[in-house]
Design a protein around this ligand. Sequence first.
Ligand code: ADE
Length: 222
Amino acid sequence: MIRFDVITIFPEIFDSYFKESILSQAVKKRLIKINIHNLRDYAKGRHQTVDDRPFGGGIGMVLKVEPIFKTVAALKKKSKAKVILFTPRGKKFNQKMAHRFSKLDQLIMISGRYEGVDERVAKYIADEKVSIGDFVLMGGELPAMMVIETVSRLIPKVIGKPRLLKERVTKEKGFLEFPQYTRPEIFSPKGKIKWKVPEVLLSGHHKKIEEWRKKHTKIIEK
Ligand code: ADE
C-alpha cells in the first residue's frame, strides 16, 4: 500500500478535497493512505517559528530548514520512500513520473508556502524537486493534491471499473483520451441551433467508431 505524507502549514486546505473524492473511498478500502502534517507541530520548543527573513535581504519570509528536516525524519518509515519538494524550479510532473511514484511505498511531499523554502531543503532533504507547470502558485498544496490524485488512480482497484482502464490504456503508449458524448443526440439550447453528436458514434459500426476515436485521441504517454 502506498502512503502519501504531505507537509504543509495549511493542513485544512486538504480536508474537503480528500473527504469528497474517490480518494476517500480508496482510503477506506485501505488501497492508499493519506496523512497531512502541520509543519508547525514540528517547530515547537526552542525555535518556535517555521519561517524567517531571507539572508541577503528581500521582502517576504522563507520556510526554515530545521522544522522540515525534523518532520521528514519523523515521517520516513518505509524502505521504498521518496521525498519531493514542490517548486516551479523542479522537474515537470507528468504521467510517466506518476507511474514511477505509484511503485513506491511512501511519498513524502513538502508543500512550500510564502516566498520560498530554504534551499538546503532542496539540496539535502528532497530526493526530487517537482513542478506542476510553468506558472507560479502560492504554495505546494494544489500540486500535492494533483500528484496524489494522479498517482492514486494508477493503483489497482482505486478506480472501480478496471475494464474502463483497460479499454483506454495501451501498454506501449499510455492513456487514450478521446471525446465522449451521451444523450440526447441533438441538443438545441435556443430552439434553432442544433448541437449534434457525430453521426459515426450513432452508427453502431464498431470499426468506424474505432477509427474516429483514434483520429481524435490524445495519448497521455506513460
Ligand atoms: N509552487 C508554486 N508554484 C509551483 C508550481 N508551478 N509547481 C510546483 N510547486 C509550486
